[in-house]
Every structure is written in structure tokens, then in C-alpha cells.
Design a binder for this molecule. Structure first.
Ligand code: PMP
Length: 433
């Protein structure tokens, strides 16, 4: 497969951007080879600079639940842009998107828009600290909440992929305020509250972990977080940047019937444009400036084009039929991949919830970072390239997840399963059971 144009672009980019990229995992360092420069997306497919066509399961890392260049989203963007690209003043588009979000997630009594998931989590954290007057926070090893200093301690996603889960440049004094616990470990949670219960401002958690591969919460884990937090006067923050409007219209909080104090959103609510949001109980949100003493702001926050795109996407999702279709596509992919894995007796585990899936080249049950890290990253890299060669674009890291969109057809799923059968059969590096 010729990669001449992508290679040339990557060589140029490497002189301009560190690692040739503007976000680390895109550089393909974890899987080797040349990152594909993508020039177009349509529905479930993306096209690279050399003219190759791929079935895309990255979906801009989750936002594109309707697929690329959905006509309704594009029309909303064009219409909004024609009326001005940014005002830095209140606009009606903000209210439209906010009301859709509140309708789906009643726990967000009030919310504020920002421009990324990082900003949402960073701001929610400041608010929790301001509201409680406490400084310590609890996060879970392998969960990624963006790259704000307090949260870049034992993080997931690219930080985990590149072996720098706790980044250089984070002041030690700040990092020591972040207590990191293993995911799914209720005993460790109880222990942390016993030791520091009265100092903890908040716990932040991915209610379904999607940045160390896909790791589901074990029964009782999320409830224990909420119960312990409540008992000790700490706030629970659900980071639903991935799960919001993905695992169901109401996100993971609706799926599990658990109400956090604050929620962070991003990705899907912007339909591929830069948007994030955080929100929750009105009493807490009223502490934000200009009403309260916790400062938070943004030149482009509530950007009309981004708001219009997000609203168009959420309107399309607001039927149960949308999630039934996503579940059916996910189930078909799961069944097909299970068959492919079984045929090859490959030591691969498949995790899935709705339209999110993860592959672990790992024989052990996966429940936290320690078990995830027993995965064979070289086998994943070989599989990734074998799939790419067959026209399937998966995440270029063993510790990320795949996203199915409403644009993925039955033929896309069948082609993906056929590619996986061939790919697994072709790989001597894959362990057999
Ligand atoms: N939280 C979660 C759960 C995420 O997956 C991500 C990004 N992958 C973020 C926060 C940060 O979002 P952004 O990249 O938009 O800053």
C-alpha cells in the first residue's frame, strides 16, 4: 500500500509540530509506521492523502456518532456560520444545545459550555474545590480526564500509551493533592476516605473507563463512590466526555441509575467541533463567576457554530431507535469478531458496551490498569497494521477504544469481520489459546 503522500506530509509536519502532530497518539508511535493524513470523511469512511479508503472506528475519538459529514450537521454549521462565526456574547444557540442536554441528563440543573473535555474537567475540579473549600481529589489509575495539571497523574490515553501517565512539568505540590486509586477497587476507596475523608473535595471518574481500553465498572463500584463521597461531604464528578450521549441518550448516569453532583461532557455534544461542558446541581454551579467566587471563562465558549452542530446531532440522537440501531451494529460486530477470534484460537478479549468496543491482546480478565497492562502491545500493533492494510482504521494504540457510528452499515461490519479473520490468521505474533 503506497503511503507516499502521507509520508511526505509527515516529514514536513515533523519540522513544524513536535512529533509531527498536534495530539500525541496520532503520531502512530505506539504502532509504528506512517500516520495517514486524512483528507475527507463521509459516513463511516475516511480517505487519506494517497487515495485509500478506510472504514473508520476512531470517529475523531468519539464525537462523530452520526458518521462523517452528516448532512444535517453540515447544514446546521453552514447556516450558523453564515450569521457570524463568533460573538463573544450570549447567543440563542447556547440555550438550544443546553436544553437538549438538560432534557437528556436532568442532573445538569445548570451547566456551562467550554471548548474541550480538558477544560470541562479542569473547571469542574476547580468548582468542586471552591465549593467544598477542600484541596485533595481522588482519581482512578488509567482514567483520563484531559491534561490539566491535577489530572495528569497516573492518567490513561496517550499518557498511558507512551509510558508517561504522570507527566513531567506537573508541580509536585499539586500532584500530591491527587490521590490515585485502582479502578474497580472499593476497598482502596474506603481506605482513602478513612485516611483523608475530611480533606477530599471530589472524586472524578470515567463511569465506564475508555482510556485504558474499555473497562466496565464492576457492580457496586460507582454506587460506592457516590455513597462514600456523600457521607464525607465530597462531590462526585462523572467524566462522561466519552460516555455522554454514547452509551445511551442519558449517558452512563442514566444507564446505571446513579446521579453524580457534577458531570463533564465533550465530544458528541459538539459533533466534531470544539465543545465541552460541565454542569450539575444548581447550588454548586451558582458558585461560578459571575454569580460566585470560582472563576472560569472562555473567549470562544458557546461558539454559535459549535452549538448549532451539537444541537443538530443531539436532535438526531433523541430517539430510542438511534440507540437500538447502535446496539444492533455493536452486537453484530461483537458476534463477528468473537467468531474470528475463536476460529484462530487467538488470546484476544473483546469488550463492548453499545457502540464502544475494545480489544485486549491479553488472556487475563481486565478490570484495572494493572490487568490492562498485561496486554501484548506488539501483537496489537501488528493487528492494527494488518487491519489498516485491509481498509479498517482502528485506534493507533492498544489502550484506546473503537467507536461505531449510525453510518456504519451491515456491509461495513461484515467487511471489518472478514478483515479481522484474515488479519488474525496472518499474525504469528498473536498468542493462541
Ligand atoms: N475526559 C475523557 C473521558 C476523555 O476521553 C477525554 C479525551 N479523550 C477528555 C476528558 C479530554 O477531552 P479533550 O481531548 O477534548 O480535551
Amino acid at each position: 500500500m503506497s503511503e507516499t503522500r502521507s509520508r511526505r506530509l509527515f516529514e514536513t509536519a515533523a519540522h513544524i509540530f513536535p512529533g509531527g502532530v498536534n495530539s500525541p497518539v496520532r503520531a502512530f508511535k505506539a504502532v509504528g509506521g506512517t500516520p495517514r493524513f486524512l483528507v475527507r470523511g463521509e459516513g463511516s469512511h475516511v480517505y487519506d492523502a494517497d487515495g485509500h479508503d478506510y472504514i473508520d472506528y476512531v470517529a475523531s475519538w468519539g464525537p462523530l456518532i452520526l458518521g462523517h459529514a452528516n448532512p444535517k450537521v453540515v447544514a446546521a454549521i453552514e447556516q450558523a456560520a453564515a450569521n457570524g462565526t463568533s460573538f463573544g456574547a450570549p447567543n440563542p444557540y447556547e440555550i438550544e444545545l443546553a436544553e437538549l442536554i438538560k432534557g437528556a441528563m436532568p442532573s445538569l440543573e445548570m451547566l456551562r459550555f467550554v471548548s474541550s473535555g480538558t477544560e470541562a474537567c479542569m473547571s469542574a475540579l476547580r468548582l468542586a474545590r471552591g465549593y467544598t473549600g477542600r484541596e485533595r481529589i481522588i482519581k482512578f489509575d488509567g482514567c483520563y480526564h484531559g491534561h490539566a495539571d491535577s489530572l495528569l497523574v497516573k492518567a490513561g490515553s496517550g499518557a498511558l500509551t507512551f509510558g508517561v501517565p504522570s507527566s513531567a512539568g506537573v508541580p509536585k505540590d499539586l500532584a500530591t493533592l491527587t490521590i490515585v486509586l485502582p479502578y474497580n477497587d472499593v476497598e482502596a476507596l474506603r481506605g482513602a476516605f478513612k485516611d483523608h475523608g475530611n480533606d477530599i473535595a471530589c472524586l472524578i471518574v470515567e463511569p465506564i473507563a475508555g482510556n485504558m481500553g474499555l473497562v466496565l465498572p464492576e457492580p457496586g463500584f460507582l454506587q460506592a463512590i457516590v455513597d462514600l463521597a456523600q457521607r464525607h461531604g465530597a462531590l462526585t464528578i462523572f467524566d462522561e466526555v466519552i460516555t455522554g450521549f454514547r452509551v445511551g441518550y442519558g449517558g452512563a448516569q442514566s444507564l446505571y441509575g446513579i446521579t453524580p453532583d457534577l458531570t463533564c461532557l465533550g465530544k458528541i455534544i459538539g459533533a466534531g467541533l470544539p465543545v465541552g461542558a460541565f454542569g450539575g446541581r444548581a447550588e454548586i454551579m451558582r458558585r461560578l463567576a459571575p454569580l460566585g467566587d470560582v472563576y472560569q471563562a472562555g473567549t470562544l465558549s458557546g461558539n454559535p457554530i459549535a452549538m448549532a452542530a451539537g444541537a443538530a446531532q443531539l436532535r438526531e440522537l433523541s430517539s430510542t431507535e438511534a440507540y437500538d440501531r447502535l446496539e444492533a451494529a455493536g452486537a453484530a460486530l461483537e458476534t463477528g469478531l468473537h467468531a474470528a477470534i475463536g476460529e484462530q484460537s487467538a488470546a484476544v478479549q473483546l469488550a463492548r458496551i453499545g457502540s464502544i468496543f475494545g480489544l485486549f491482546f491479553n488472556e487475563h480478565r481486565v478490570r484495572d490498569v494493572a490487568t490492562v497492562q498485561r496486554s501484548d502491545v506488539n501483537a496489537y500493533a501488528a493487528f492494527f497494521h494488518a487491519m489498516l492494510d485491509r481498509g479498517v482504521y482502528l485506534a493507533p494504540s492498544a489502550f484506546e477504544v473503537g467507536f461505531i457510528s449510525l453510518a456504519h452499515s451491515r456491509a461495513d461490519i461484515d467487511d471489518t469481520v472478514s478483515a479481522a479473520k484474515e488479519a488474525l490468521a496472518s499474525l504469528p505474533a498473536v498468542a493462541r489459546r
